[in-house]
Write a protein that binds this ligand. Structure first.
Ligand code: BES
Ligand code: ZN
Ligand code: ZN
Length: 507
C-alpha cells in the first residue's frame, strides 16, 4: 500500500473512493460535510436527516456519486465516529481501519481518508496509517480456495490545513508501526510447525539484518553454561531446542555505557500443550499463539530500529516448545534458575513463568535497568478482564503509569492488578524456594508474584496479554485472530522515555 498525505482539500485527491468521519448527531451545516453535501446535491443531508446514519462508532453509509464533477473520487463512504468530544487519535485510527476494510470489500483500489481530527498532525497521520494498515491483515495465509485477492494500492490521508511536514512524518511513522504490528500478528498466526523456536530466531535474524539491530542467539549449550535450568526445563520434552534471542537497538553516537537500559522481554512458547500436565483438547490449537509475547517484542524492536530513538532498547525473547515425552519435566521436579533460586514444578503447564524467569535474569545481566515483560501467561486474566484490557502488574508505579498513559495514546487499554506481598505466600514451596503455581485464587497475580522473584533491583512491569492477543470475533476495523496488542504501546513508551531523557538532559 502506497501511503500519501495532503494538507490540501479533500476534493483534489486522485482516488476512487473517499472516506469521511461523521460525528454522532452531527448536522451538516458547516465545514467539510456541508461542502460535501453541496457537491453531492444534498445526499449527505438526506442520509443524516433520514437517520440512516446517526454517527455512532463503526456505522457506515456507502454512496456512488453519479454525475459529480467537483470531486475526483466517485464513491463516498461516511463512517460514524461517535461523540465529537470523545474523538481522538485512537478513534481516528479505528475509523481509518473501518474505512479501508469496508472499501476494500467494495473493490476500491485507491482511497482518501478525511479523519476530521484537529490537533497534532503528526499524531493523527500516524494513527490513521496504523489503523489502515492493521485493517488489511487477514489470518487466512494458508487458504488456497475462494481467497479474495483485493488489495488497496494507494491511501491518502487528508487533513486540510495541517502542518505538512508533521503530517508526512506522522504518516511515515504510522507505516513503520502498522507494518510492525502486522509482523507480530503474522508470527502469532503461524502454526506451531512453522514457528518453532529455531524459526523464531531466524525471523529475529532477518529483522536484525534488514533494519540494523545487533543479535545474539543463545543455544541450549550456552544456556546450560549460564545456569538457566528453569528455561531449559521447559524444552526437555521437545525435539526442538530452546533458543534465547537477544536483540539490541543502540542509537548512533551513543556513549558506550549509558546508565539506563530499557528491556522488553517476551514469552516465546511456540506451542503449549501443557507438557506432562497436558491441557484438555478443546481449543488446544490456539496454543500456537503462546509465543505472542515474544513476537510482540520482535515487532516493537522492528519498529524501533526504523524509528531510531535516542535511547537504547534491549529485546529478549526466550523460545521453547512445551510438549510431553519420556524426557519431559514432571510435576514434583525441582529446577535451579540462573539466579540460583530453586523452583518446584507443580504443574508443567505453568511454563511461561519458567522461561521468563531466566530471560529476566539474563536481561539484568546485560545491564537492563527497566524491564517490561509480556506474555500470554494465564487463562485467569481472561476471566478477570476479558479481551478488552491487558493486565499490567509490577513493582514500579511510575513505570506502570507510563505504560497505561502510552496505551491511551495508542488506543490500547491496560488495567493494573495489585501485587501485595501477601500473594507471594501462595508460591512458597515445601521442598524448594518457590513453586511454579499458586493455587486457584488470583492466578494472574500469583504468576506475576513468581516473576517478581527474578526482577529485584530493577524497575519492572509485567503485561499479561493472554486475553487480548487473540480476538475471537472480527471488528469493523480488524479481522479476527491475532491482534498485535501492545506493539503500538511499547513504541510510544520508548518515544515518551526518549522525550523524558532529553528533557532531563536539558535541565
Ligand atoms: N499459555 C497458557 C495461558 C493461556 C491460556 C494463554 C489461554 C492463552 C489462552 C499458560 O502457559 C498456562 O497454561 N497457564 C496456566 C497456569 C496454571 C497451570 C497455573 C493456566 O492459566 O491455566
Ligand atoms: Zn501452559
Ligand atoms: Zn503457556
Amino acid at each position: 500500500m502506497q501511503i500519501e498525505s495532503t494538507n490540501g482539500s479533500y476534493r483534489e485527491s486522485d482516488v476512487q473512493a473517499l472516506a469521511v468521519a461523521v460525528f454522532k448527531d452531527e448536522k451538516c451545516e458547516e465545514g467539510l460535510l456541508q461542502d460535501l453535501d453541496s457537491i453531492t446535491g444534498g445526499a449527505i443531508k438526506s442520509v443524516i436527516d433520514s437517520e440512516e446514519l446517526k454517527g455512532k462508532e463503526g456505522e457506515t453509509v456507502y454512496l456512488h456519486l453519479i454525475g459529480n464533477t467537483q470531486l475526483k473520487a466517485q464513491r463516498l463512504l461516511l463512517v460514524g465516529v461517535g461523540e465529537r468530544s470523545e474523538y481522538n487519535a485512537a478513534r481516528a485510527s479505528q475509523m481509518a481501519g473501518t474505512a479501508v476494510r469496508e472499501l476494500r470489500g467494495k473493490n476500491a483500489r485507491s482511497i482518501a481518508i478525511a479523519p476530521r481530527l484537529e490537533g497534532n498532525a503528526d499524531e493523527v497521520g500516524s494513527a490513521v496509517v496504523e489503523g489502515a494498515l492493521m485493517s488489511v491483515f487477514d489470518p487466512d495465509k494458508y487458504r488456497t480456495v475462494d481467497k479474495e485477492k483485493r488489495e488497496i494500492e494507494k491511501l491518502v490521508v487528508v487533513l486540510a490545513g495541517a502542518d505538512e511536514t508533521k503530517l508526512q512524518s506522522g504518516a511515515e511513522r504510522g507505516k513503520i508501526i502498522g507494518e510492525s504490528v502486522n509482523f507480530t500478528r503474522d508470527l502469532a498466526n503461524e502454526p506451531g510447525a512453522y514457528m518453532t523456536p529455531t524459526d523464531m530466531s531466524e525471523r529475529a535474524r532477518e529483522i536484525a539484518t534488514e533494519f540494523g539491530l545487533t543479535i545474539d542467539v543463545l543455544d541450549e549449550a550456552r544456556m546450560e553454561k549460564e545456569g538457566m535450568g528453569s528455561l531449559l526445563s521447559v524444552s526437555h520434552g521437545s525435539d526442538e531446542p530452546a533458543q534465547l534471542i537477544i536483540l539490541k537497538y543502540t542509537p548512533a553516537g551513543a556513549a558506550e555505557d549509558g546508565n539506563e537500559l530499557l528491556a522488553f522481554v517476551g514469552k516465546g512458547i511456540t506451542f503449549d500443550s501443557g507438557g506432562i500436565s497436558l491441557k484438555p483438547g478443546d481449543n488446544m490449537e490456539l496454543m500456537k499463539y503462546d509465543m505472542t509475547g515474544g513476537a510482540t517484542v520482535m515487532g516493537a524492536m522492528r519498529a524501533i530500529a526504523q524509528l531510531k530513538p535516542s535511547i537504547p532498547v534491549l529485546g529478549v525473547v526466550p523460545c521453547a516448545e512445551n510438549l510431553p515425552s519420556g524426557k519431559a519435566t514432571k510435576p514434583g521436579d525441582v529446577v535451579r534458575a540462573m539466579t540460583g533460586k530453586t523452583i518446584e514444578i507443580i504443574n508443567t503447564d505453568a511454563e511461561g513463568r519458567l522461561i521468563l524467569a531466566d530471560a529476566i535474569a539474563y536481561a539484568k545481566k546485560l545491564g537492563a535497568t527497566t524491564i517490561v515483560d509480556m506474555a500470554t501467561l494465564t487463562g485467569a486474566v481472561s476471566i478477570a478482564l476479558g479481551d478488552v484490557n491487558t493486565a499490567v502488574i509490577g513493582t514500579d508505579q511510575e513505570l506502570i503509569d507510563e505504560i497505561i498513559a502510552a496505551g491511551k495514546e495508542a488506543g490500547e487499554k491496560f488495567w493494573q492488578l495489585p501485587l501485595d506481598p501477601e500473594y507471594s505466600k501462595q508460591i512458597k514451596s515445601d521442598i524448594a524456594d518457590i513453586k511454579n503455581v499458586g493455587g486457584r485464587k488470583a492466578g494472574t497475580i500469583t504468576a506475576a508474584a513468581f516473576l517478581k522473584e527474578f526482577a529485584d533491583g530493577v524497575s519492572w512491569a509485567h503485561l499479561d496479554i493472554a486475553g487480548t492477543a487473540w480476538c475471537e470475533e472480527a471488528k469493523p476495523y480488524r479481522a479476527k485472530g491475532p491482534t498485535g496488542v501492545a506493539v503500538r504501546t511499547l513504541v510510544r513508551m520508548v518515544a515518551r522515555a526518549e522525550a523524558k531523557s532529553q528533557g532531563s538532559d536539558g535541565e
